[in-house]
Ligand binder design. Structure first.
Ligand SMILES: [Zn+2]
Length: 370
């Protein structure tokens, strides 16, 4: 499918798409986008499909009523032939997009739209934009961007990033706050912000001056008189090692985990599934891959171990388990290398096991938490 034209998207949304692509690339997630901006006329033609023209109904939105008509939405999929619409992929990437500050259609209760990402400043529907610009108002809306847009009606959430490094929105907390073209220079005043005025930020800072955009103009405001709308940085995100393990578990046993870096109950069961799967492949154990550790799984594991230099599925399961327990085996490749050995040693020490760098019954059980 063709790459979408991000120049037709709101610049802040286009920037969020870029950040999401970078995050996905770092995690080995093959994200691609199928639809970005769609004109209101194209939307009307799509709406007619299955109603007044041939085909099946594909949308409930007439021209202007879709966020795509305003350049504030894009649909994503997994760019692997035959695996484009796998649920785990949407459930993995959707929350990542949310933590960057995007809205995700997967949260919609009436008609969940899991591939759909959007700029949430105007809510779930473009009603505020229709009111401001008319149903076919994309061009007028776009003309107001100039690096900015109409004042957002809702804060956009910056996610688990350090305050001003994020793109998002901020609110003035005082009256008469300078919005100036040059940091600290009142002679370049563009306007005053008053308490509650909202503007956009793009992560640039100069001293204590924050780069801001409002009403199509860019300038600087002092960080002393504004509040960032996103969560503060004490809102911690989960472990990146555990997140990596969750992605591998999703790939290996279709675990369907939300990639949040938190070792919860589902993540623990996913680790057990990986071991069950590996024992089926390596030993023909014939286990149900159900994430429940019963007597059959237990006796299948007894007597088996993997150690440095070996290459088999049980090593792959071990590597995933290490990640899921916040250790770094330095990759998941089914090959028991130096990184894997070091991580096994760490785990054995942490769990009070014999330090022999061999992953046997006790080490696997400790990592599975059974
Ligand atoms: Zn969409």
């Amino acid at each position: 499918m063709a790459r979408i034209d991000t120049s037709k998207l709101h610049p802040r949304f286009a920037n969020l798409i870029l950040q999401l692509e970078n995050q996905c690339a770092a995690k080995g997630l093959a994200i691609e986008f199928s639809t970005g901006y769609r004109s209101a006329a194209e939307q009307d033609a799509l709406y007619a499909q299955g109603r007044t023209t041939a085909g099946s109904i594909v949308t409930n939105a007439r021209g202007g009523y879709s966020q795509h008509n305003w350049g504030i939405a894009a649909d994503f999929f997994q760019n692997i032939k035959g695996r484009e619409w796998e649920n785990w992929f949407f459930d993995t990437v959707g929350p990542m997009a949310e933590s960057l500050g995007m809205g995700w259609g997967g949260r919609w209760t009436d008609f969940p739209d899991r591939p759909h990402l959007y700029l949430p400043d105007w809510g779930d529907m473009p009603t505020a934009l229709i009111n401001a610009y008319g149903l076919h108002g994309y061009d007028a809306f776009r003309a107001a961007w100039g690096g900015s847009s109409v004042t957002p009606s809702q804060p956009s959430h910056g996610g688990s990033v350090d305050g001003w490094k994020a793109t998002g929105t901020a609110t003035a907390t005082d009256d008469g706050v300078w919005f100036v073209a040059t940091p600290g220079d009142k002679s370049t005043l563009i306007q005053y912000f008053n308490t509650g005025n909202r503007f956009e930020v793009d992560g640039q800072k100069s001293g204590h001056w924050i780069h801001a955009m409002s009403g199509g103009r860019t300038g600087w405001v002092s960080e002393n008189y504004v509040a960032y709308d996103g969560p503060s940085h004490d809102e911690v995100s989960g472990s990146t090692l555990i997140s990596a393990g969750q992605i591998h578990a999703n790939n290996y046993v279709n675990a369907g985990l939300i990639v949040d870096g938190v070792r919860g109950d589902l993540t623990k069961h996913a680790g057990i599934k990986c071991v069950q799967q590996a024992m089926n492949m390596d030993y023909g154990a014939g286990l149900a891959v159900d994430g429940e550790w019963g007597p059959k799984s237990d006796s299948a594991l007894k007597g088996h171990y993997v150690e440095h230099g070996e290459e088999q599925e049980m090593v792959r399961a071990l590597q995933i388990l290490l990640y899921l327990n916040n250790y770094n085996p330095n990759g998941v490749d089914a090959h028991f290398g130096d990184g894997c050995k070091a991580a096994v040693g760490e785990a054995q020490q942490d769990h009070g096991l014999t330090l022999d760098y061999v992953a046997g019954y006790n080490t696997f059980k400790a990592l599975m938490g059974v």
